[in-house]
Design a binder for this molecule. Structure first.
Ligand SMILES: Nc1ncnc2c1ncn2[C@@H]1O[C@H](COP(=O)(O)OP(=O)(O)OP(=O)(O)O)[C@@H](O)[C@H]1O
Length: 240
C-alpha cells in the first residue's frame, strides 16, 4: 500500500446522457509532482477534475488516493483525506474580510490560537497579508483568487487541485501565480487544469493532454508539449 502513487485513476468514465465527456482515462500522480491537465475546449479536463475531487461520481472506473478508493465519495470526505480544491466557481463570501475567509478554513481544523496563526501564514504565503482586513467583495479578481488559494493551502492539504487558477488574471498576476504554484509544489502535490500554454510551460513538470475525453499524451512537460500530435490539437491556438 505504501508504494501506491498518491493519486490514481483507472478506466475513468463519465457520461452525461448521450455525451461521453471522459471515455476511459488512466492517470497516476506521484508524491511531490506538479502536473498540468491540458487540452482544447470540451476535451473533458474539468469533468475529469470533478471526478477526482468528488464533485462528480464516475459512471465507471476508480479513483484511488494512496491506494484507497475515493471514487464517488462526497467532496467533503475527500477534502478531509487531505485534498484541497479550488474550482472555477468562486467560494468566497463577499461580505467577509480576507482574514475571516481564511479563518473559515482554519477554524474547521484547528483551535483558535493555532487557527489564527495558520490563517496569517497562508495569507502571507500567497503574498496578500496586506489585504487581511479588506472585505473580499471589494477586491480585484486576481486578489480574490489569491485569497481563495490561501483558504485552500491553509488546511495544509497533501494534494492541491486547481481548475484554471489563472483565468481572468492580468499578465503580471499570472507570472506571480506561476511562482506561487511552483512554491506550493515544494510541500504538496499539485494538479492544475489550465488553457494558457505559456503558463503551463512555465510551471508544469508533467502533463496530461486530453482530447475528446481521452488521453492524447502524458509525461514530462517538455517532451509532451513538443509532440506533434499535441501541437496539432492546439493548431491555430497557442502552441506555436
Ligand atoms: N453537466 C454536464 N452535462 C452534460 N454535458 C456536459 C456536462 N459537463 C460537461 N459536459 C460535456 O462534456 C464534455 C467535456 O466537458 P468539460 O467541461 O469536461 O471539458 P473541458 O476540457 O474542461 O473544457 P473547457 O476547457 O472548455 O472547460 C463537453 O462536451 C461538455 O459539453
Amino acid at each position: 500500500m505504501t508504494d501506491a502513487p498518491l493519486l490514481e485513476a483507472e478506466g475513468l468514465v463519465m457520461r452525461f446522457g448521450g455525451v461521453t465527456a471522459v471515455a476511459g482515462v488512466d492517470f497516476s500522480l506521484g508524491e511531490g509532482e506538479l502536473h498540468c491537465l491540458v487540452g482544447p475546449n470540451g476535451a473533458g479536463k474539468s469533468t475529469f477534475f470533478k471526478m477526482l475531487c468528488g464533485q462528480l461520481k464516475p459512471t465507471a472506473g476508480d479513483v484511488r488516493l494512496r491506494g484507497r478508493s475515493i471514487a464517488g465519495l462526497p467532496a467533503s470526505r475527500i477534502a478531509r483525506l487531505g485534498v484541497g480544491v479550488k474550482t472555477q466557481v468562486p467560494s468566497l463570501f463577499d461580505g467577509l474580510t480576507a482574514m475571516a475567509s481564511v479563518r473559515v478554513a482554519t477554524d474547521a481544523v484547528l483551535p483558535p490560537t493555532l487557527s489564527k496563526r495558520r490563517a496569517e501564514e497562508a495569507l502571507e504565503r500567497m503574498g496578500v497579508s496586506r489585504l487581511a482586513g479588506h472585505v473580499v467583495g471589494r477586491l480585484a479578481h486576481g486578489q480574490r483568487q489569491l485569497v481563495e488559494l490561501a483558504m485552500v493551502i491553509a488546511q495544509k492539504p497533501d494534494l492541491i487541485l486547481l481548475d484554471e487558477p489563472a483565468a481572468g488574471m492580468t499578465g503580471a498576476e499570472v507570472d506571480r501565480l506561476g511562482d506561487l504554484i511552483v512554491e506550493l509544489a515544494r510541500s504538496s502535490s499539485v494538479i492544475v487544469v489550465e488553457h494558457d500554454m505559456a503558463f503551463i510551460r512555465r510551471i508544469a513538470r508533467t502533463v496530461t493532454v486530453f482530447n475528446q475525453g481521452r488521453v492524447l499524451a502524458q509525461g514530462p512537460a517538455a517532451e509532451v508539449l513538443a509532440d506533434s500530435r499535441v501541437r496539432d490539437v492546439y493548431l491555430g491556438k497557442d502552441a506555436a
